[in-house]
Each structure stands twice: as structure tokens, then as C-alpha cells.
Design a protein around this ligand. Structure first.
Ligand code: AR6
Length: 170
């Protein structure tokens, strides 16, 4: 398995699956979520609404993951996961790690060989970037998966640097 960190817009990446940092409603939002729905078009939202009407009437819980079409995006599938909101009072690291492992499990079910992740929870959900990078990289390195290529697509220079620094620590 290869792990790559690159700077850019996740919505433009042509991996088999790209992972959306969604919220429990699955009905869209800002950040990566906004970019994915904008780029993919209404098919993604329609699939998310269907999921809410069937498997997830109460929404998708934090740490879980579910796939939909990627609509007009270059990827084949969007895997939606919900990161935890960062808390100083409570350690939610396990939930953040679970976003990565649950997404890889869904990717395996789909037969995806490449997957691209954003830095889940590091935007609106306020997780410190370097800590999030450590949790993300450990989770994917320790996962048992048939996925061959994992790409972290980092939006800003600071996120990219945080992931690069942690990746180089080994
Ligand atoms: N490509 C890659 N990374 C991006 C992009 C992009 N196009 N846009 C933003 N980022 P966030 P969260 C980075 O807020 O913290 C949404 O409203 C961003 O700079 O997208 O998990 C959802 O609906 C940051 O480093 O996700 C939820 O309500 C990282 O992606 C909530 O935000 C994650 O930022 C989820 O918050």
C-alpha cells in the first residue's frame, strides 16, 4: 500500500473513491462537503436523501461511513464519513481514527483500489492539524485493507505541511 500527501482540491481527484468530511445529516454543508456536492451535482444529494429515508433515519453517526455515487466527479464513489468535533474536555481520537478505518472498510466492500481523504475534522470541527495528521496516518497504516493507494489531499499549505511532517516522522 502506498500513502501520498498532496496539496489540492479533493473534489478534483480521480481516485476510485474520495471521502467526504460530512455531518450526520448527510445533507451537505461547507468545506469539503460543499465542494463535493457542488462538483458532483444533485445526484449525490439525492443518494444521501435516500440513505436518510432508509438506512440512516437518525443520520450517520460520527466514526461511521457510507458510500454513494460520485455524480459528475472524476471519482467513482463518494464515501461519506462524519468526524468528531474536537473537544478539550474529552479525547475523541478513537472516533477520528474510526472515520479512516470505516471508510477503508467501505472501500473494500466496493472493490476500490485507490482512495483519497481530506484532513477530516480539521476545518469546521476544529481538530488541531498535526494531531489529526498523526491519528489519520496511524489509522491507515495499521488498517487491514485491499486498497492499494491512499492519497491525503490537503487544502491549505499548513495542512499539507502538518501531514508531510508527520508522514516523514514514520
Ligand atoms: N479539498 C480538500 N480539502 C478541503 C477542501 C477541498 N475542496 N475544502 C476544505 N478542505 P471541513 P470538518 C479542508 O470543514 O472539519 C462541513 O460543513 C479544510 O481546510 O470541510 O470535518 C460538513 O458538512 C480542512 O483542513 O470538515 C460538516 O458540517 C479539512 O478539509 C463540517 O463541515 C476539513 O474541513 C465538518 O467539519
Amino acid at each position: 500500500m502506498t500513502i501520498e500527501c498532496r496539496q489540492g482540491d479533493l473534489a478534483k481527484v480521480a481516485a476510485d473513491a474520495i471521502v467526504n468530511a460530512a455531518n450526520s445529516s448527510l445533507l451537505g454543508g461547507a468545506g469539503v462537503d460543499g465542494a463535493i456536492h457542488r462538483g458532483g451535482g444533485p445526484e449525490i444529494l439525492a443518494a444521501c436523501k435516500e440513505l436518510r429515508a432508509t438506512r440512516y433515519p437518525d443520520g450517520l453517526p460520527a466514526g461511521a461511513a457510507v458510500a454513494t455515487t460520485a455524480g459528475r466527479l472524476a471519482a467513482r464513489w463518494v464515501i461519506h464519513t462524519v468526524g468528531p468535533v474536537h473537544s478539550r474536555a474529552e479525547d475523541r481520537s478513537e472516533l477520528l481514527a474510526a472515520c479512516y478505518t470505516s471508510s477503508l472498510r467501505v472501500a473494500d466492500e466496493l472493490g476500490a483500489r485507490s482512495i483519497a481523504f481530506p484532513a477530516i475534522s480539521t476545518g469546521l470541527y476544529a481538530w488541531p492539524k498535526e494531531d489529526a495528521a498523526r491519528i489519520a496516518l496511524r489509522a491507515v497504516r495499521e488498517a487491514t485493507t485491499a486498497v492499494q493507494a491512499i492519497i491525503f489531499v490537503l487544502y491549505g499549505e499548513d495542512s499539507y505541511r502538518a501531514f508531510r511532517t508527520v508522514a516523514e516522522e514514520g
